[in-house]
Design a protein around this ligand. Structure first.
Ligand SMILES: Cc1cc2nc3c(=O)[nH]c(=O)nc-3n(C[C@H](O)[C@H](O)[C@H](O)COP(=O)(O)O)c2cc1C
Length: 736
């Protein structure tokens, strides 16, 4: 069994045992907290060493008490000025004044808190001692397993505190369940001495008389009647700190109780050091309570999050996706929104995140499926295909758009496998499968149109992919972002384009620029926001260049922008809104921005917009490129943001630096615990911008984080990530 499997099993057991036993744990812990006050109060009220009471007055008072009724136990309180009498008999229970003999009865109907707490603590007041014993064993197991589940890291989050308290206070918190287990196994508790028996039952005053012959009764702390008719006396130690302890009194005489309670019992009850060991026990109870509550709360949060998933929602149409790098998920989402805007009842979900029975509830399923590897279905859908049985989808209709690329040997292999599996499970194809080659935008629109027409669905086609009017923009400013003096950098520029009128754009939108009339445009991400300056648009443009036949060649558009278009030149452009890659509407929402190379383009705009909002939440940038010295694009902007707090954290990966060599996905794996915290605790939105292969590698690393830190199985982790992509929590802007 691999370490990961062991860890997953431990996480599973840790969570579920804790969850099932939470009510029992809470009773044990809370009553333990109450009981920890016993040694504290005893110490505060109990006799000082060498304290003395007036023996004659004590004898008279106890005699009076016994005349009035049946005391169960007495304790000397208030430094010898009074007796507290306990027991079932209301005629005597309460405070008795040593000097005046006055009786102040215990409040009527009052319950003995410590006795009730003890009953709950030991048997839940239901005679369920065995349940409590088993619960202590399991509590011990859960606590020992804890440190194997998450390394100690300080994070100010629910789980951060859970982990830190679990780790740092482990030696202390372990003492309670360890001693409980030892007590129930009679380990270290010593053999209990045979108690002397009495022929005739003795009363407390008789016991005081008998004991008075051998002992100094002026140091009496308390006395209690036992079932066999004996009385146990508790004496405070003398001034030298000796000769205190318990004594059993029978009609024959006095026998000291040797040994007293074992150390294990004293540790468990917090009595070994008087008040302060009781206080320590109280602290332990609080820590255990904190661990139980934070663990439970994080489970509730996780459940609540899962419930918001649209997976089991009703509706007539399921818009499902099987997506590796997010394209299929994005298109499915657009179709889903178009259908909802058209008034249809639809549900959006990654197909791999659903059980066959949940899929079968929908009479019509529209699927967008991509291919990965050698013409395989995306990772998240793999498990579903394996578990499908022949009649699972009987009577269900579906239509599929397969995404692929003819440069791969098995064009649309993933979509085809999925289609075959759906048919084998009894589903009927309502429309022939359509295939998209490369950029799927046009094929998607055509397919959506066919779906709408052939299947008679209402779909708001205008909302599917926004198109905007051309605008004239002037090249206002250019600045080199890489360091040309450093060896081997990739020539990259910041370009400010200026409009003649106010424009509306946000970071992440796309500006399409063509080098000449009728030429194919290229899209650049907007790195600024009209909320800050509605006329100036920042782009990050990398020069595409290569040498062929001894001549230098440039990419058509980047060459035009960086080699031909002088400052002041006007270019025809089109600004396409790209809401799927705009910063969250709520700037307080935590975000993780992951970029490689010129993929950094939109993020200076993210930062600027969040800073301008005045209430930016946590933001983490992970940026990768070749060399720190030459390719750290927008370095000043991000370092400023880090200094002013707009950016909470920045990590870099420079793949060609000898002292680094890592890529962004390596940084994520190295910092899995931090990443997990941002993803799951902070519920951060993740934005990935760069080449498609980089984005694929980052998604794989995110799934690994869920495996190593969250205990998910690899396939479940992929489904989770796809789920997040579908829900817009993970967003990608990729280019080839
Ligand atoms: C690693 C990788 C492997 C791919 N393998 C295939 C393939 O075998 N056949 C195919 O038609 N397309 C293949 N593609 C292309 C994708 O299916 C296509 O780009 C699709 O739009 C991606 O959609 P997605 O982002 O939803 O996963 C592959 C793409 C990548 C990145």
């Amino acid at each position: 069994m691999s370490f990961a499997t062991v860890r997953r099993t431990l996480i599973f057991l840790h969570r579920w045992i804790a969850l099932i036993l939470t009510p029992v744990f809470l009773v044990i812990i809370l009553t333990g907290a109450v009981l920890s006050f016993r040694p504290i109060l005893n110490d505060a009220q109990g006799p000082r060493p060498g304290a003395s009471v007036d023996v004659a007055a004590l004898g008279r008072l106890v005699g009076a008490v016994e005349k009035a009724g049946q005391p169960g136990a007495i304790s000397v309180v208030e430094g010898g000025r009074a007796l507290r009498v306990m027991g079932q008999d209301p005629a005597v229970a309460g405070r008795w004044d040593m000097a005046t003999g006055d009786h102040t009865p215990a409040p009527a109907g009052g319950i003995d808190i410590f006795r009730t707490a003890e009953g709950l603590h030991k048997t839940l007041l239901l005679g369920l001692g065995l349940v409590v014993e088993v619960a202590s064993f399991l509590m011990l197991g859960i606590m020992i397993a804890g440190p194997f589940l998450a390394w100690l890291r300080f994070r100010n989050s629910l789980m951060g505190w859970h982990t830190a308290v679990g780790w740092l206070l482990l030696p202390l918190t372990l003492t309670s369940p360890v001693t409980a287990v030892m007590l129930s196994l009679h380990i270290g508790t010593g053999s209990r001495p045979e108690l002397p028996r009495t022929k005739r039952p003795v009363t407390i005053s008789q016991a005081l008389d008998i004991a008075g012959r051998d002992l100094d009764i002026s140091r009496l702390a308390g006395a209690r009647r036992f079932r066999g008719g004996t009385v146990m006396l508790q004496l405070a130690p003398d001034a030298a700190g000796r000769n205190g302890g318990g004594f059993v009194v029978t009609d024959q005489g006095v026998t000291p109780l040797v040994g007293g309670p074992s150390l294990v019992k004293q540790i468990h009850e917090g009595t070994w050091g008087g008040a302060w060991s009781g206080a320590l026990n109280f602290g332990i109870s609080l820590a255990l309570l904190g661990l139980t509550v934070t663990g439970l709360w994080s489970w509730v949060r996780r459940k609540a999050r899962n419930r918001t998933r649209p997976v089991k929602a009703g509706g007539d149409i399921l818009v499902a996706h099987a997506s590796q790098t997010g394209t299929a998920a994005r298109l499915a989402k657009a179709l889903f929104e178009g259908l909802v805007a058209g008034g249809e009842k639809a549900t959006l979900a990654p197909i791999g995140g659903l059980k066959p029975v949940d899929i079968a509830r929908f009479p019509l399923v529209l699927v967008v499926a991509s291919s990965t590897g050698e013409g395989e279905v995306p990772d998240g859908a793999r498990a579903l295909l394996k578990r499908l049985k022949p009649n699972d989808f009987k009577g269900m209709r579906f239509a599929m758009l397969a995404l692929g690329d003819r440069s791969y040997t098995h064009f649309c292999g993933g979509g085809q496998s999925l289609r075959t599996a759906l048919v084998a499970a009894g589903a009927v194809e309502a429309l022939h499968m359509r295939e998209a080659d490369g950029d799927p935008s046009a094929a998607f629109l055509a397919w959506a149109d066919t779906v709408r027409g052939e299947l008679a669905l209402n779909c708001d086609m205008a909302g599917l992919l926004p198109v905007s009017a051309p605008v004239a923009l002037t090249v206002a400013e250019r600045q080199r972002l890489d360091a040309p003096d450093a060896a081997n950098t990739q020539e990259t520029w910041k370009i400010w384009l200026e409009g003649t009128q106010d424009l509306a754009f946000r970071p992440g939108d796309l500006v399409r620029i063509a080098a000449g009339a009728g030429e194919r445009p290229r899209s650049y991400s907007v790195g600024s926001s009209s909320r800050i300056d509605p006329r100036r648009i920042a782009l990050t443009v990398r020069l595409h260049d290569w040498t062929e036949d001894g001549a230098r060649h440039y990419g058509r558009v980047s060459g035009f922008l960086l080699r031909e278009a002088e400052q002041g030149v006007t270019v025809e452009a089109q600004i396409d809104p790209h809401p799927a890659f705009n910063p969250p509407d709520d700037p307080a929402r935590a975000i993780v921005m992951i970029a490689a190379g010129s993929g950094i383009a939109p993020f200076p705009g993210f930062i600027a917009e969040r800073r301008a909002s005045g209430r930016a939440g946590p933001a983490w940038l992970i940026f990768g490129n070749r060399h720190r010295d030459g390719d750290f694009l927008w370095r000043d902007a991000f370092e400023t943001a880090l200094a002013d707090g707009t950016l909470t954290r920045m990590d870099t990966a420079f793949s060609r630096d000898p002292d680094d060599g890592a890529r962004v996905q390596d940084r994520l794996r190295e910092q899995a615990a931090t990443a997990f915290d941002w993803l799951v605790e902070k519920q951060a939105m993740v934005y990935i911008c760069g080449r498609r292969a980089m984005s694929e590698a980052v998604l794989a690393a995110l799934a690994d984080v869920l495996v190593t830190e969250g205990g998910l199985k690899p396939e479940a982790a992929r489904v989770e990530i796809e789920q997040w992509i579908g829900a817009g929590r993970v967003r990608m802007d990729t280019f080839d």
